[in-house]
Design a binder for this molecule. Structure first.
Ligand code: OFO
Length: 173
């Protein structure tokens, strides 16, 4: 495997792992702050990020590279509000999108069309994740300090995960 592509893929492994840990910390925060629906949402997001990481690890190893399992900085365990959490989440996902775009550039520069093809799944996944984070953040801003609105949003976040988990593919995604 091309060394530059391998390095970029391993950097992405680190980012997906960090995303998974970040969302796990958010889930734990939500669970201990009466936001049980949001906690289910974040636990599920954390699982998805782990799947993203594993896909990369398998791809690197199967193509003759060596996947590196990274160490991760401790994510924040305290947050001011759910709005603050989703702001952090959106900012984080924007950074991950930049990193995926950078990976696409490297694949093209190195003429590694197989990895380029593999990475397209991440390109569309990032689009969805950013759009989802923006939509939820917009809703939170709209709700403001309305406790009833926050209760309904929390319930909607839980329901969105139930629908995802039991969709027709049965794949959990
Ligand atoms: Fe892996 O998509 Fe978010 O970070």
């Amino acid at each position: 495997m091309n060394a530059r592509v391998e390095k970029a893929l391993n950097d992405q492994v680190q980012k997906e792992c960090a995303s998974s840990q970040l969302y796990l910390a958010m889930a734990s925060w939500a669970e201990t702050n009466g936001l049980n629906g949001s906690a289910i949402f974040f636990y599920s997001q954390s699982d998805e990020e782990r799947v993203h990481m594993l896909k990369l690890i398998h791809f690197i190893n199967e193509r003759g590279g060596k996947a590196m399992i990274p160490s991760i900085d401790k994510p924040a365990s305290e947050h001011e509000s759910l709005e603050n959490v989703f702001e952090t989440l959106l900012e984080h996902e924007i950074g991950v999108t930049e990193s995926i775009n950078n990976l696409v550039d490297i694949c093209l520069e190195e003429k590694d069309y197989t990895t380029h093809n593999f990475i397209q799944w991440y390109v569309s996944e990032q689009l969805e994740e950013e759009a989802q984070a923006r939509t939820i953040l917009d809703k939170i801003k709209l709700i403001g300090k309305d406790k009833g609105g926050m209760y309904l949003l929390d319930r909607d976040l839980e329901n969105s995960q139930i629908k995802t988990r039991y969709n027709s593919t049965g794949s959990g995604k």
